[in-house]
Ligand binder design. Structure first.
Ligand SMILES: [Zn+2]
Length: 295
């Protein structure tokens, strides 16, 4: 009896409750005026000061009120700029709400192109409809741009065809803090969005660029996962090149992707495939990308 009531209640509860009702926004202090916010979706960076607040990425729209309150406790100044690291909804879903309250949205020109038009997420077989105008970046760049506020030089640096075709790093120069967006999933296999212009080779090159920008003191904010440093990023780079080389070797030996998925190519990286992207999905992504390159 008890069981049947429980089973009846669970779907009703999860239906009537919002998906993000239980999400708590966690704030981590990185310096006196730079913070990382975690909730659900991509990690957010916040820079506060007299010149106003700058934030990097906006997670999901349903979390905007919680995120605004978390930022309010840090500074009462208005949110002036919202920089997007790329177009995916778990990083831009709050754009409309923050734009409504006065933030100017900054991103690579391909982010504007993709949020303003219908997109097909091939990897998940679903369509993402064009967003309303208030979600679109108002200031766009090609290679990059610099912002200067609150005593920081903030370099926004485009990296080509990595996670998507519109990725940007945000580097706070004086603080030596680097937000890498989804070019870094700490200790996890990455999602590389081949349908949005992502490539394995571009992804590895972008990680190499981040290794050049950073030093042993740099605080690195990954798109997903806990705060990291250059050592974590080196491990990530080793994993990426190792996995790519293994798939490449398999292809040269004429192995099918189905065989490679079960051939233990993720040896010593099994724990990296326990997150959003499983080992077989990552192997398939590398194979699909390299295969289309050679054909
Ligand atoms: Zn993403």
């Amino acid at each position: 009896m008890k069981f049947s009531i429980l089973f009846l209640l669970i779907p009703i509860l999860s239906y009537s409750q919002g998906r993000f009702d239980d999400v708590v926004i966690k704030t981590e202090k990185l310096t006196d005026n730079i913070f990382m916010l975690e909730g659900a979706g991509g990690n957010i960076a916040v820079l506060i000061g007299e010149d106003g607040t700058l934030m990097v990425d906006s997670q999901y729209g349903d979390l905007s009120e919680k995120i605004k309150s978390a930022i309010q406790t840090l500074s009462s100044a208005p949110i002036k700029y919202l920089v997007n690291t790329h177009w995916h909804g778990d990083h831009t879903g709050g754009n409309g709400n923050f734009n409504d309250s006065g933030a100017t949205i900054v991103a690579h020109e391909n982010v504007r192109e993709r949020v303003s038009t219908d997109q097909v997420m091939k990897a998940f077989g679903r369509e993402v409809k064009a967003s309303p105008t208030k979600f679109w970046p108002e200031i766009t760049f090609d290679q990059g741009m610099d912002l200067h506020m609150n005593g920081q030089d903030i370099m926004v640096i485009h990296v080509d065809n990595a996670h998507t075709d519109g990725d940007a790093f945000v580097y706070f120069v004086q603080a030596n803090i680097l937000h890498m967006g989804d070019v870094f999933f700490k200790d996890r296999f990455p999602f590389i969005d081949l349908g949005s212009g992502g490539t394995i080779n571009g992804y590895i090159k972008a990680v190499q660029a981040a290794l050049m920008i950073s030093d042993s003191e740099t605080k690195i904010i990954p798109g997903h996962g806990a705060m990291a440093d250059q050592n974590d990023l080196m491990n990530y780079h080793t994993m990426l090149t190792t996995m790519k080389n293994r798939v490449q070797r398999g292809m040269a030996e004429g192995q099918s992707v189905e065989v490679m998925k079960t051939a233990g190519l993720d040896k010593e990286y099994e724990s990296w495939g326990t997150g959003f992207i499983k080992s077989d999905v990552f192997i398939n992504t590398i194979w699909t990308d390299l295969d289309r390159e050679t054909n």
